[in-house]
Design a protein around this ligand. Structure first.
Ligand code: MN
Length: 440
């Protein structure tokens, strides 16, 4: 891949002599960190460029892109090659998503998908390889690549390339409970974090104190250590105490893993927390604030932290809305049509939190809808960890006849439909969900 990157650098250099560069990146934490890495690298390279952050690539958007610019896509576009092949300008794609067709000749594609037996890398990690090949000075951007890897849940497997990125970023890795931020006082982190959800502890300060006492973790002068400061014995006692509380709903594999600690704005931070903060800004429609934050702008940092708090508040009110609103429910499923009461950018998170909540039995299907202008964002989740019906397949059966496309996995999937199809979609969904699956 590194040779492909080097030749892409030459091609971009050549093409950008006559034209200005337009970078288009995805709005999630991986896309924002990709954009931050790329813009810093281009700036140091002395290139003229502009940046646009998008939720996804629609045909009309691609058609509207100027052909007097060099187009560079980050963390997206692998599924949109059919629209891009008619562009009469140089197109570069740095991505890791599935490539759905042959790469047309006008597109230079740098993707982990093109290399068999390649380790899974996020978009930001690929952008970092580009930046580092451009100049060793860009090594200081490695932290952003770590945040991008974590943002896309690619951090579990530490392959050769990721391991080098972790080293470049001087990351501290510690095995422990997957609770973030691991840099915050443990009592507060346990009380406010819902992942993992600990019955009787999450949301209850008294429950937190009981749990910590049970695990033998003392406070010093009224203050608890942060999770990453625990010694091995304390960490293992805490994990055992949590597993006992979960009543079999959690297992060690799910709640134990690597904590990644990176230096950001001169402080030790949990990469998962930084990724959550960046995502929050995008979901609150302020992706340029998190981009500024990633680039080290102090004012944007303050702004991003404010937005993060607002985001958490809007999640809380969305969850309250969900618990109070009338739902369509049947055997093993529940449909919530939030209309314009919940933002389309947070409906997926709301569905995920519900699927982890003890309120819904294992194997329940949760489907949530929210308006996005003239479209409706649909998010489907399967509750619990023991499997059940394939929710991607369920959506597929309803949406494909309506002319839509479904993305995701068997336990978490989503799609976009037009608002006119609201009634048809819900009726179709009920029809398919009400069908009992006969086991053979
Ligand atoms: Mn990505």
């Amino acid at each position: 891949m590194i040779n492909k990157i080097k030749s892409a650098i030459e091609s971009i250099d050549e093409a950008s002599r006559k034209k200005s560069i337009k970078v288009i990146s995805h709005y999630d934490a991986d896309g924002i960190t990709s954009a931050a890495i790329f813009s810093r690298a281009l700036q140091r390279w002395g290139k003229r460029f502009s940046i646009e952050i998008v939720k996804g690539l629609e045909e009309s958007f691609i058609k509207s892109l100027p052909e007097d610019h060099v187009l560079i896509f980050l963390d997206l576009a692998s599924g949109s090659l059919a629209y891009l092949k008619d562009k009469k300008t140089e197109v570069f794609v740095f991505d890791h998503h599935e490539i759905t067709e042959d790469v047309p000749p006008n597109i230079t594609m740098i993707s982990t998908q093109l290399f068999h037996s390649h380790e899974p890398l996020s978009g930001a990690a690929i952008c970092y390889l580009f930046a580092k090949a451009l100049s060793p000075q860009n090594k200081d951007l490695a932290t952003l690549a770590v945040i991008g890897m974590v943002g896309d849940s690619h951090e579990k497997l530490i392959g050769k390339i990721f391991s080098e990125i972790l080293q470049d970023a001087e990351t501290i890795i510690k095995k422990g409970l997957l609770l973030y931020p691991s840099t915050r006082h443990l009592d507060k982190a346990l009380e406010y974090s819902s992942s993992p959800y600990i019955p009787g502890v999450t949301g209850s300060y008294k429950g937190v104190i009981d749990l910590l006492r049970e695990a033998g973790i003392q406070n010093e002068g009224g203050k608890y250590k942060a999770l990453y400061e625990l010694n091995d014995e304390e960490m293992s006692k805490l994990i055992t105490a949590i597993l006992l509380r979960s009543g079999g709903k959690a297992n060690a594999e799910q709640i134990v893993g690597n904590l990644y600690l990176v230096k950001f704005f001169n402080r030790m931070e949990d990469a998962r927390e930084l990724s959550a903060l960046i995502n929050a800004c995008s979901r609150m429609d302020r992706p340029f604030v998190s981009l500024g934050f990633c680039l080290g702008n102090k004012k944007m940092k303050d702004e991003a932290e404010k937005i993060y708090i607002e985001y958490k508040q809007s999640l809380v009110s969305a969850l309250r809305f969900v618990s109070e609103v009338e739902k369509i429910s049947g055997k093993n499923y529940i449909i919530i049509n939030a209309k314009d009461k919940i933002k389309d950018t947070i409906i997926g998170t709301v569905a995920s939190i519900m699927s982890h909540s003890p309120v819904y039995p294992e194997g329940s299907i949760i489907i949530a809808l929210a308006y996005n202008n003239d479209k409706i964002k649909v998010s489907a989740r399967l509750s619990g960890s023991e499997g059940g019906r394939n929710v991607r397949e369920v959506l597929h059966q309803v949406v494909v006849p309506l002319g839509g496309e479904v993305g995701g996995h068997p336990s978490a999937a989503g799609c976009l439909i037009s608002k006119e199809q609201e009634g048809l979609f819900i009726d179709g969904l009920k029809r398919i969900l009400d069908v009992e699956l006969v086991k053979v």
